[in-house]
Design a protein around this ligand. Structure first.
Ligand code: CA
Ligand code: CA
Ligand code: CA
Ligand code: CA
Length: 467
């Protein structure tokens, strides 16, 4: 078929094109180091807020001075750190480009947004926060933007989709937890997410207790690489979608194909999983003969179905797709076997720093044990079903006299000036990460490490590949 030939020709373009986009999208020069050590895939080369002002969140207000929203509303490159832990009751919207949100800096139990988090900007780095919404709409969502990486974010309790990023470009979603979708008023939905971004990487995420859209691949979603993810206790549908052509809202310009690698993921049906879809890796969709997406499946593990684990194509349902004989050649990640990824994800995914909250701790245990605690076999209707928002303790933030994002003790330890704020965006050891980024990353600002070597591009805050 003509379309299939075109698609396979396109696949040869897969690797290098994604690397050509940088912060501005206008130049062909890639950034020298990833957004942070351990940032992988197509969203990893954004600088985020690197080199910009450091803004501390000092209260849990929904808006106004000292709030997370105020930090998001500031213009220009900015790095957001937290001097407080707890639950922010309100929506947060990112409208301005070049931001790094470093939730791992929160003292105490960390940050939860009780509302929606909307990404409506380019060059966005978000790490270690929770989004547990209390109303309609996606918990986390965004479309039509570029250069985005979301790392170690826990999202739950939406009544539309929990976590939907699609029709963007150059995106990574890694080490996130997407769990416990709620129902709309009419009882429908309980969906995990719509994904599908032109040149994108999804790895080491945990999707659990969502009825469907785990994920739904957007139509016309371009090149997508999905590896080392864990899916647990889906209801009536695991993954589907991935049509060639976009319908409804269209990005400009539209992408007129979908190429989806699904490799080395771990599928574990649970008590809510309908019998006829327990062995289903994906169920590709089409709105006509010229609308087939391209799919490649390999090395996936389907718990309880050894024949599907041996031949993954048995787990791809229907005939309305092109089976790609090989994966399109995506930017590499530190890939594990499906079984090893399962263990790593259970130990490290979600907002694991400063620590997991009781929701994520419970859910990872349920995945481990093959159980469900709340709702109808784990599929819930409202936040009340699971007891609502756990209380989060705050603690005193370490003293940062000059307000440059680097605490006094840390600056003194490494020979920086605790009474001058102009040393946070310099790069003392010339390794590509500014001094304040070294603080965020838990690295030594006086030790040069060659992060352009792939073996050094690993999470410096936790040993995620230790298992
Ligand atoms: Ca300081
Ligand atoms: Ca200083
Ligand atoms: Ca440095
Ligand atoms: Ca260093």
């Amino acid at each position: 078929m003509k379309f299939k030939t075109t698609l396979i020709a396109l696949l040869t373009l897969g690797g290098p094109m994604g690397l050509l986009s940088n912060a501005t999208g206008d130049e062909a020069k890639p950034a020298s180091v990833a957004a942070f050590p351990g940032a992988e895939g197509y969203g990893s080369m954004t600088p985020g807020g690197r080199g910009g002002q450091v803004i501390a969140v000092t209260n849990l207000d929904a808006k106004g001075p000292g709030s997370l929203q105020a930090a998001c509303d500031a213009k220009g490159a900015r790095i957001v750190v937290f001097n407080v832990s707890g639950t922010i009751d309100g929506d947060v919207k990112i409208k301005n480009d070049f931001i790094t949100i470093a939730g791992q800096t929160a003292p105490g139990d960390g940050i939860t947004i009780k509302g929606n988090l909307a990404i409506d900007a380019n060059d966005v780095v978000i790490r270690y926060v929770r989004v547990r919404t209390d109303h309609e709409g996606d918990a986390l969502g965004g479309r039509y933007r570029k250069n985005i990486i979301v790392d170690h974010v826990s999202a739950s309790w939406s009544s539309d989709e929990v976590f939907s990023l699609y029709h963007n470009e150059n995106v990574t979603i890694q080490w996130c937890m997407i769990t416990e979708a709620c129902a709309k008023a009419d009882g429908s939905h309980r969906f995990g997410g719509i994904w599908g971004n032109h040149y994108s990487t999804y790895h080491h995420n945990l999707l659990a207790h969502n009825d469907s859209r785990n994920p739904r691949w957007a139509s016309g979603c371009g090149f997508n690489d999905y590896r080392n993810n864990v899916l647990y206790n889906w209801g009536y549908q695991s993954s589907y979608g991935g049509e060639a052509h976009q319908k409804g809202d269209r990005r400009t310009p539209p992408i007129e194909f979908s190429a989806i690698n699904m490799i080395a993921n771990y599928y574990k049906p649970g008590p809510a999983t309908r019998t006829d879809v327990k062995d289903c890796i994906a169920s590709p969709s089409s709105r006509g003969d010229d609308d087939f997406g391209g799919w490649h499946v390999a090395e996936n593990y389907v718990d309880g179905f050894p024949e599907v684990t041996t031949d993954n194509w048995l787990g791809v349902k229907g005939k309305t797709f092109h089976s790609l004989p090989a994966a399109w050649e995506a930017m590499p990640i530190h890939q594990q076997s499906a079984k090893d990824a399962y263990l790593s994800v259970l130990e490290h995914a979600g907002c694991s720093l400063p620590k997991r909250d009781s929701i994520d701790a419970r859910i990872t245990e349920e995945v481990r044990n093959g159980t469900a605690t709340h709702g109808n076999n784990g599929i819930i209707t409202t936040q009340d079903d699971v007891g609502g928002w756990p209380e989060l303790q705050s603690a005193e933030a370490p003293l940062d006299s000059d307000g440059d994002g680097m605490p006094d003790d840390w600056e003194k330890k490494f020979g920086l000036n605790a009474n001058a704020a102009d040393d946070n965006s310099s790069d003392k050891d010339g390794d590509g990460y500014t001094n304040v980024e070294e603080y965020l990353n838990g690295t030594d600002p006086t030790e040069f490490i060659d992060y352009t070597k792939r073996e050094n591009n690993i999470n410096s805050l936790e040993s995620s590949h230790g298992k």
